[in-house]
Design a protein around this ligand. Structure first.
Ligand code: CO8
Length: 255
């Protein structure tokens, strides 16, 4: 298997892409395995947060160029790769990308599917599709635009040049930059901190940030208000507030 599912500790899953001989290029097998794993994790109540990572040298070098080089448009349509992106795009729980080395093309797009990106100081990000005669095909133009704004996005998309983890952090593409050897530990620590908090509230926050950001403000605020009120139906709201009043740590159960 090129994608490994491991325990990341209590309530945390660790998903590793492990196809080092092709720099973790996202061929059909890798994308199918990722899709299956994320679909399973979505329905697994034990899991509250997921960390997605690659190897020490590469997060993912993009779509598999060898598997696309001779393709015709109809081949690409029949591959319907959006089917395999869907379980990651729609993953309802917090997802943290731990990026060491290269996150290029589809690899950068995959990282941008996460809710937080922890990058090693030596990590490199790019959308180099233009250099091989295509354009990003898994949301790169749109998610990058929304993350960093038009003028930074245009430079990245039109030149295909790599940007450093530090520059990516400065423009808002990366949550935190840490020393290369500490990326996974930091991502897991963050995942554990999130996993201790009420999972239903975490899901709602993710839903609101992702869906609300593309709505008119008034509509998004109504959505937020409804979700806020719904939280008062959860056992974790009662527990969180009671624990505060009793000056004890809360024990959230995800209900
Ligand atoms: N596809 C297929 N094979 C790859 C890819 C790739 N994207 N990247 C690396 N490899 C293979 C190489 O062909 C090589 O194979 P072999 O040993 O058999 O010759 C092996 O991995 C090692 O590669 P390098 O020798 O180049 O390794 P380096 O460490 O010197 O360089 C790099 C690593 C910088 C990552 C370099 O390999 C590179 O630039 N790769 C291509 C990056 C790229 O252009 N990515 C964009 C691809 S297009 C894309 O992602 C479109 C997204 C559309 C999304 C929708 C569908 C998923």
């Amino acid at each position: 298997m090129e994608v490994l599912l491991e325990s990341g500790g209590e309530h945390v899953a660790l998903v590793r892409i492990n196809r080092p001989e092709a720099r973790n290029a996202l061929n059909g097998a890798v994308r199918e395995q990722l899709a299956r794993i994320f679909a399973d994790l979505a329905g697994n109540e034990e899991i509250r947060c997921v960390v997605l990572t690659g190897t020490e040298k590469v997060f993912a070098a993009g779509a598999d160029i060898r598997a696309m080089a001779d393709a015709q448009p109809v081949d690409m349509m029949l591959r319907a790769s959006e089917r395999n992106w869907a379980p990651i795009k729609d993953f309802p729980k917090p997802l943290i990308a731990a990026v060491n080395g290269f996150a290029l093309g589809g690899g950068c797009e995959l990282a941008m599917h996460a809710d937080m990106i922890i990058a090693g100081a030596g990590a490199k990000f790019a959308q180099p599709e233009i250099k091989v005669g295509i354009i990003p095909g898994a949301g790169g133009t749109q998610r990058l635009l929304r993350a960093v704004g038009k003028f930074k996005a245009m430079k990245i998309l039109l030149t295909g040049e790599m940007i450093s983890a530090q520059d990516a952090e400065a423009m808002g593409l990366v949550t935190e930059v840490v020393p290369d050897g500490e990326v996974l530990d930091r991502a897991l620590a963050l995942a554990h901190a999130v996993a201790l908090l009420p999972p239903l509230a975490a899901r709602k926050i993710k839903e609101l940030v992702l869906q609300g950001g593309d709505l008119p403000l008034e509509a998004a605020l109504v959505m937020e208000r409804n979700a806020f009120q719904l939280m008062f139906a959860t056992a974790d709201q009662k527990e969180g507030m009671q624990a505060f009043i009793e000056k004890r740590p809360p024990d959230f159960v995800g209900r």
